[in-house]
Ligand binder design. Structure first.
Ligand code: FE2
Length: 333
């Protein structure tokens, strides 16, 4: 695989003031730097992960991570061979991104992509903007990004053939969406077929389920903040809710996403719909929203359940087995 993870992101905002409180006090990012027209947020040991800018070029910036400079050279060659225009990051841009170097190019829909290596690591510890247990990043990257696209087929060819993304799975109802991995995270990128080009959402995964629940409490206190109610996804098993960000797209605050083994993974169609329960999407047209609700009801009737996905340190196996439940489980096997 060429890319190793989602490294950093940059978003345009009309008012960076709105992002100051949304990013820090609501999402729990650390405001690391602020200048007249820009903000830089941390979410782990990296010097920056999320940038907010007021540039005239309003397009978002997607920073995908590479192993090293040699990987950047190989990618540049592959892109140029496919007639994709590539620029090498100059010192000033690499400094702004706080990386050693990288490339800039565009996907078929005109999204600004950057592929970088050598991220700068902070010497001081991460300090969350609101009290929480931390974001799950590391080898899984900073989270996942989901794009609405009018060019689904061209994008799929671009991201899989040139950038090395592998299909995890896909849904066709209530909308057509395809999910792609480049590391153990079930998806670092997903593409939704949609009448316009835009960001659908950014997902940030938190270490504790309570971090998500406490964020949900904050969102409930703000009129119009929640875009998708608390629920659980069918494919990556994420328990999450979605909030409206000041930049117009949604941010999914999640817990308990599954980690896959990319070497032993076959893509398939998820027929139960995108969510096991919850996730009422108030941004969908009414008939699609109802279709999604019907799919959840059916999944529940058909006994679709998935085990919770825990990481060391964030769970405890409860003492005391229940013989009655044990017998029921055994009988079902
Ligand atoms: Fe998501």
């Amino acid at each position: 695989m060429t890319l190793t993870g989602l490294g950093y992101l940059g978003f345009h905002a009309n008012s960076i003031e709105d992002w100051t409180s949304y990013g820090a006090q609501f999402l729990g990012l650390q405001l690391a730097e602020r200048s007249a027209g820009a903000l830089a947020f941390r979410m782990d040991d990296r010097k920056q992960r999320v940038l907010i800018h007021g540039e005239t070029d309003r397009r978002p910036i997607f920073g995908w991570e590479l192993e090293d400079g040699a990987a950047a050279d190989r990618l540049a060659t592959a892109l140029e061979r496919a007639s994709v225009k590539v620029n090498i990051m100059d010192k000033a841009l690499a400094g702004q991104r706080r990386v050693a170097g990288g490339l800039t190019f565009q996907d078929p829909g005109g999204n600004r992509l950057e592929a970088f290596y050598g991220p700068e690591i902070a010497t001081d510890p991460f300090t969350p903007g609101r009290s929480h247990s931390g974001f799950k990043t590391g080898a899984l990257g900073l989270g996942h990004i989901v794009l609405n696209t009018t060019k689904l087929d061209a994008d799929v060819a671009f991201y899989t053939q040139l950038l090395g993304f592998k299909l995890s799975d896909y849904v066709t109802k209530p909308f057509r969406a395809m999910f792609f991995h480049i590391n153990g995270r079930h998806h670092s990128l997903a593409l939704i077929e949609w009448p316009e080009q835009s960001i659908h959402h950014l997902m940030l995964e938190m270490f504790s389920l309570d971090d998500v629940g406490q964020g949900y409490d904050l969102a409930l206190r703000e009129e119009g903040r929640i875009a998708t109610t608390l629920g659980r996804h069918t494919n990556d098993f994420m328990t999450s809710f979605y909030s409206n960000s000041p930049s117009g797209f949604l941010v999914e605050s999640g817990w308990g996403g599954r980690v896959i083994d990319p070497a032993n993974w076959d893509a398939f169609e998820v027929v139960e719909g995108p969510s096991l329960w919850g996730h009422d999407r108030n941004w969908l047209p009414p008939e699609k929203r109802e279709q999604a609700a019907q799919m959840r009801m059916q999944a529940a009737r058909e006994n679709v359940r998935a085990p919770v996905q825990v990481t060391p340190g964030n769970f405890e196996v409860a003492a005391g087995a229940c013989p009655w439940w044990g017998d029921v489980k055994k009988a079902a096997e």
